[in-house]
Design a protein around this ligand. Sequence first.
Ligand SMILES: CCCCCCCCCCCCCC(=O)SCCNC(=O)CCNC(=O)[C@H](O)C(C)(C)COP(=O)(O)OP(=O)(O)OC[C@H]1O[C@@H](n2cnc3c(N)ncnc32)[C@H](O)[C@@H]1OP(=O)(O)O
Length: 166
Amino acid sequence: MFQERKTAMTAKRLKQPNSRHCFVCGVENPVGLQLKIYQIEEGVIETTYTAPEHFQGYPGVLHGGIIATLLDEISGRAHMGDPSQPRFMYTGKLEVIYRRNVPIGQPLRIVGKKLENRGRAAQGWAGIYDEKGNLLAEGTTLLFDIPPHLLPLKDLEELGWKVYPD
Ligand SMILES: CCCCCCCCCCCCCC(=O)SCCNC(=O)CCNC(=O)[C@H](O)C(C)(C)COP(=O)(O)OP(=O)(O)OC[C@H]1O[C@@H](n2cnc3c(N)ncnc32)[C@H](O)[C@@H]1OP(=O)(O)O
């Protein structure tokens, strides 16, 4: 099902950059999730993930902390925009609704959406879906622009921030 959706959206899909060491997107992080994330339309992104057994809490159920981690990153990345001028934001607040168990060992689709902007703050949303399209968990974030002197754009590629080919 995810594959069909992918084909239908190929024309619009733009891969987002990955970093080197981020827990969610770091390509060289051996204990990280190493997600590949795509913008599918302006302000909407998606990724897929199958959680391994060592991220379970209750048997067969993905740990809530990992669920929150996924929702945090994917909701924030929805605001990132143009890869050459990325909008990097700290999360100030994250609210998670755990609607149903999120299974380990089964493909998940995670979607992020930009919500409203309020100057240097913004809201984001992310949802985790199973293969049938059921919404299993969702989160909303309150995000704040990272001051440019704390993360200079000119240093990004040196830090490994770039679009890595699939
Ligand atoms: C390689 C390079 C790139 C690698 C990228 C890797 C991938 C990237 C993806 C990684 C993704 C991973 C994501 C992560 O892990 S991000 C990491 C986790 N987050 C942080 O570390 C953030 C730590 N916190 C802060 O820095 C500050 O507290 C922030 C910046 C959040 C606000 O402090 P600031 O001094 O700026 O704010 P202010 O005092 O002027 O307040 C302004 C207004 O906001 C209101 N307010 C403030 N705080 C909160 C709050 N928490 N909830 C609700 N409201 C809040 C406040 O009442 C006020 O409202 P009003 O009174 O005006 O009405």
